[in-house]
Every structure is written in structure tokens, then in C-alpha cells.
Design a protein around this ligand. Structure first.
Ligand code: IMP
Length: 431
């Protein structure tokens, strides 16, 4: 009964989508358990590129049941659009293979409106959110005013009443503080009712039960993390974080499983670091090397199109993420992007007022004062994208990889050298 969790060990965009896609050929279930349409997982199969936001990245595989668990902030309008687009290109043909938890939180356009109004009001203090309403939707859930997926199938009159209750405070804020015209409960009702017919077929009253039974029958279940560990609401670089629990532990309450069900956690790690939005980033690099990473890595946000900030791999941050997640191994992504750099750096510690600091600090105040201390590595003048086995990598690349693995004391299961499935070097079997 293997249940494996795959999480991002940095600030998101580590390449989780590609890995889920590659591993989906070996599993029965893929579960998306937190976040919402702020995620953008890019999948490339043959010449086809698809970006999924809410639908799990297993969508190319017809044998897999894809599940949206209770912890997800569900933008049903965006989800309907995504499903319709996927159906148009021949995916998601079997409606029985996609399940949505009745208890997932409904994310409404009023949440997006509030998210965007707050960000523009905050000026330079802004978090740099994706504007997808994630914070306000989870706030509504915590205040027990949110609608959940099962509410969508209630009578219109009940829905309208719930919408009136939920928007009372946010409408007040929008009109009086942010000077914007709020969407009315009737506008929202019209919008969400249009989604009912399409989404009805995917309802799942108890995702936890489905997953328990699957595991009891020996099925393989993969949990797909979104965003990254350093964006976790409690353990990330607060307040520059997202509003969900991005760590592997978040998979438990979000899907309704217990500790004993999980057998392995893989920390998906990009061979360098990126960050979108505001917040501290000790290894950020604006020089020629930073531009190389941005350009060769095509580092643009899959949701907002913003340029991602780029920098070197940060080992103290990676060790922190491994500890928080209880990660058993790494998947090293986008190694090919480092090709042709003369020198590659890895941050091995920080310094502050001449003192060496070994550990990452999630305190934004502290970490923004730290200077990165680097170890340099010789680059390799070779394209890696056609290489199919670890032993064929240039010696310099192998030294870089083995330094990372030794420093964090974890094995590396897979190395990715390009966006396609075949551009994956397997070192250890996952299942
Ligand atoms: P929110 O999740 O839209 O509220 O944004 C909060 C922070 O998380 C911002 O810095 C976003 O740029 C960042 N963020 C949210 N989702 C992702 C993601 O999928 N990848 C990378 N950064 C993200």
C-alpha cells in the first residue's frame, strides 16, 4: 500500500508537474491536496505542452484516478474551463476517473477581487500574490463562512443565503476600504450555478474513504504537492508565503489519511533556486549567471507570466525543507539549465556581521540580512538534454550532484535534464 508524497523543497516551480506526469504511468491514484489555481504545473508530452492549475498532473494517463481532496481552494469557474479545454483535446474522457471532495472549499470571484484589492492597496509592501483569491478563500474557510463543494448542489435559495452571509464582510471592505464595487451574491450565484451540471458527475462524498480502501487493496497513491516548502503558511518565510500547508504533513488533514499510510516523501528540488513575488531570497543573483538561469530555464510564472527571480542552490534552505517534510530522497530537476556556465555556485552557509550561520531561518527579518557563503564548482560545456544515464553525465555535473546528495545526506532518485518524459535519469526505483 504505497502512498508517496511529492513536495517542492524551495519556493515552488521545482518541476513537480513533470515528475507527477512521469510517475503517473506507475500509479492508480494521484491526489492534489492543497492550494488552488495559484499553481501551474507544466507538462510536455511529445510536442504538446499543457499547463494544469487544479486538475492533477496525472491527466495524460487514463488508468489513473485523479482526485481533488478537501484541502484544495476550488475555483470552480477556472476548473470548468480547464476540464472543457482538456476534454476538447481528448483528455479526461472517463468521468469516473476524476473525483472532487464534497468538502473542498469553494473559491469565488469575490475572493479574487479582495486578494487583488489588498495587493494594490499594499503598494510596495505587497506579498506579490498570484491574485487568484487564495488567502481570502482560506480565510473564509477558517471563519466558517465558506461554501464547500457539496453546497453547490443545494437549492438556489439556500445557496444565495450562504453567499449573502459569506460576502457581507468582504463587500463592506471592498466598498468602504478599497473603494471598489463588490460582486453581488446574485452575480456569484449566477456564475457558480453555470458550473453545476459539468461538476455534478465528479462529486465524492468521502475522499478519505476512497483513498483508505484503495490503499487497503494495495493500490499505489501519489500525493501531488503544490507551491513549495518555503511558502508554507506556518514554516515558510512569513508573511511572504501562500495560505495553505505546503509541507508533506499537509497531505494528512487535507486528504483524511493518517501517518501510517505514508511510505515515502520525495523533495523535488531544482538544481538552482527561483522565487516569484516578494520576500527574502539569500542566493538571488542578478548578474549574467542569474540572467542565464532565467533565460535557459524559461523562468516565467505559469500562472501570472511574471519573470521569476533566479539564484543559486541554497543548501541550508534545502536541509530545512528536508527536515520539515521528513523527506526520504530528492528529485533533482532542470540540471540541463546549468550547462555552459563557467562557474556554478552552491550556498553552503550564511554570514551575518562576520559570523557564520549554518541554519536557514524562516524569519523574513533574519534571513533578509544574511549573506550567502558559496562553494564554487566548475561548470560543464556540454548539452545534457540527450543524455539518458547518470554515468554519461560530464564529470563536473556528477561532482555537483554528489556534493548536493552528500551535503544533505539523502539519495537522489531521479535527475531531470529537460521537460520531456524521456529526459529523466533514473537512479533509484520509486515504486
Ligand atoms: P498566493 O498563493 O497567490 O496567495 O501567493 C502568495 C505567494 O506565493 C506569492 O509570492 C506567490 O508568487 C507565491 N506562489 C503561489 N503559488 C505559487 C506557485 O505555484 N509557484 C510559485 N510561487 C507561488
Amino acid at each position: 500500500m504505497p502512498a508517496i508524497v511529492l513536495i517542492g523543497s524551495q519556493w515552488g516551480d521545482e518541476g513537480k508537474g513533470k515528475l507527477i506526469d512521469v510517475l503517473s504511468s506507475q500509479v492508480d491514484f494521484v491526489v492534489r491536496y492543497q492550494g488552488g489555481a495559484n499553481a501551474g504545473h507544466t507538462l510536455k508530452v511529445k510536442q504538446e505542452q499543457i499547463i494544469v492549475h487544479l486538475v492533477p498532473s496525472s491527466i495524460f494517463y487514463s488508468q489513473v484516478t485523479s482526485v481533488i481532496a478537501s484541502g484544495v481552494a476550488l475555483d470552480i469557474v477556472a476548473l470548468c474551463q480547464e476540464i472543457q479545454n482538456l476534454k476538447k483535446i481528448g483528455k479526461m474522457q472517463d468521468d469516473k476517473k476524476f473525483l472532487i471532495s464534497d468538502s473542498a472549499t469553494l473559491l469565488l470571484d469575490s475572493h479574487k477581487q479582495l486578494d487583488q484589492a489588498r495587493e494594490s492597496f499594499a503598494g510596495i509592501q505587497k506579498i506579490g500574490t498570484t491574485g487568484k483569491g487564495i488567502g481570502p478563500a482560506y480565510e473564509a474557510r477558517a471563519s466558517r463562512k465558506a461554501l464547500i463543494f457539496s453546497d453547490l448542489f443545494q437549492k438556489d435559495s439556500i445557496l444565495l443565503q450562504k453567499l449573502e452571509e459569506q460576502t457581507r464582510e468582504s463587500s463592506f471592505l471592498l466598498s468602504h476600504l478599497y473603494k471598489q464595487k463588490p460582486l453581488t451574491p446574485k452575480d456569484l450565484l449566477k456564475q457558480i450555478c453555470e458550473c453545476r451540471a459539468l461538476l455534478q458527475t465528479y462529486r465524492c462524498e468521502d475522499v478519505s474513504l476512497v483513498l483508505h480502501q484503495a490503499l487497503e487493496q494495495g493500490k499505489k497513491v501519489l500525493f501531488e504537492g503544490a507551491q513549495g516548502s518555503l511558502l508554507d503558511l506556518l514554516h515558510g518565510t512569513y508573511p511572504f508565503v501562500t495560505s495553505s500547508f505546503t509541507l508533506a504533513g499537509g497531505a494528512l488533514p487535507s486528504s483524511g489519511l493518517g501517518f501510517k499510510n505514508f511510505t515515502k516523501t520525495i523533495a523535488v528540488t531544482k538544481a538552482y533556486t527561483t522565487r516569484v513575488g516578494s520576500g527574502p531570497f539569500p542566493t538571488e543573483c542578478d548578474s549574467e549567471a542569474g540572467q542565464h538561469l532565467q533565460k535557459q530555464g524559461q523562468e516565467f510564472g505559469a500562472v501570472t507570466g511574471r519573470k521569476r527571480r533566479c539564484g543559486w542552490l541554497d543548501l541550508p534552505a534545502l536541509k530545512y525543507a528536508i527536515r520539515l517534510n521528513g523527506a526520504s530522497s530528492l528529485a533533482l530537476m532542470k540540471l540541463d539549465v546549468l550547462s555552459y556556465l563557467k562557474e556554478i555556485k552552491i550556498c553552503v552557509a550564511y554570514s551575518l556581521n562576520g559570523q557564520e550561520i549554518k541554519n536557514f531561518s524562516a524569519s523574513s527579518q533574519n534571513i533578509s540580512k544574511y549573506q550567502a557563503v558559496y562553494q564554487s564548482f566548475k561548470g560543464w560545456n556540454q548539452d545534457l538534454s540527450q543524455i539518458t544515464s547518470y554515468k554519461d553525465l560530464p564529470e563536473e555535473a556528477r561532482s555537483y550532484i554528489s556534493f548536493i546528495s552528500k551535503s544533505v545526506n539523502k539519495p537522489i532518485d531521479i535527475i531531470s535534464v529537460g521537460p520531456k518524459r524521456a529526459q529523466s535519469l533514473w537512479i533509484n526505483k520509486i515504486f
